[in-house]
Design a protein around this ligand. Structure first.
Ligand SMILES: Nc1nc2c(ncn2[C@@H]2O[C@H](COP(=O)(O)OP(=O)(O)OP(=O)(O)O)[C@@H](O)[C@H]2O)c(=O)[nH]1
Ligand SMILES: [Mg+2]
Length: 195
């Protein structure tokens, strides 16, 4: 699959504003700063389509990018940024859960986990929701360029152990938005869920 065009379409702060055109959606889910926006840029071959943030936790909206004018990449607000007031954190959680729970157009979630770290409690809660709501997901182990190549098999085995028991976990793919590692595999996974 080739991505020829990618355009920012809208930011959604309220579940009632979601597009009504019926196009399928691939959503990027992960904690703040894990690399969602960078990965969208890498997949689309664009430097600054999705704003990658210097200030973690700044994106509060679901950002919609139309890809090949055929489907959407959805950049979800990052969770787990501790320095935000509890009230804001819980309203984000609600927005994300409402979206995951009710969005018929959602074809696949890319769940991002930092390759170097153990998944957090919130990460595990998210994949729990994905399984509960029967949403297929691919785990992308991000920033893999920061891991020594020799350690990769061990990290991959640990991730398989953690996520393999979720029925809806379709694949686990190490990725890097710096080197482009994992891009062909991830695009193949996306294509498989758009048919
Ligand atoms: N080395 C390396 N750095 C990365 C990679 N992906 C992202 N980064 C860096 O990590 C930081 C956060 O990346 P973003 O793409 O903004 O993360 P995000 O998940 O969109 O963050 P929020 O929008 O706050 O939720 C930036 O400084 C990126 O340059 C990667 O694959 N390798
Ligand atoms: Mg972002």
């Amino acid at each position: 699959m080739k991505i020829l065009t990618a355009d920012f379409v809208l930011g959604v702060a309220d579940i009632r504003q979601l597009p009504k055109d019926g196009l399928k959606e691939i959503a990027f889910l992960g904690r703040s700063n894990v690399g969602k926006s960078s990965l969208i840029n890498k997949l689309c071959g664009r430097k600054s389509l999705a704003r990658s943030s210097t200030e973690p936790g700044k994106t509060r909206e679901l950002n919609y990018y139309a890809v090949n004018k055929q489907w959407y990449f959805v950049d979800l607000p990052g969770y787990g940024y501790a320095r935000l007031p509890e009230q804001i954190r819980s309203s984000w959680g609600k927005l994300i859960e409402q979206y995951l729970k009710s969005r018929k157009e959602l074809a696949l979630v890319i769940q991002l986990i930092d390759a170097r770290h153990e998944p957090s409690e919130l990460d595990m809660m998210m994949v729990g929701w994905l399984d509960y709501y029967s949403i297929p997901f691919i785990v992308a182990l991000t920033k893999a360029d920061k891991l020594p190549v020799s350690k990769m098999p061990r990290y991959l085995a640990a991730a398989r152990e953690t996520f393999g028991r979720f029925h809806n976990c379709k694949e686990i793919i190490p990725v890097s938005s710096v080197s482009g590692l994992g891009k062909p595999e991830l695009l193949r996974g996306v294509a498989a869920h758009l048919d």
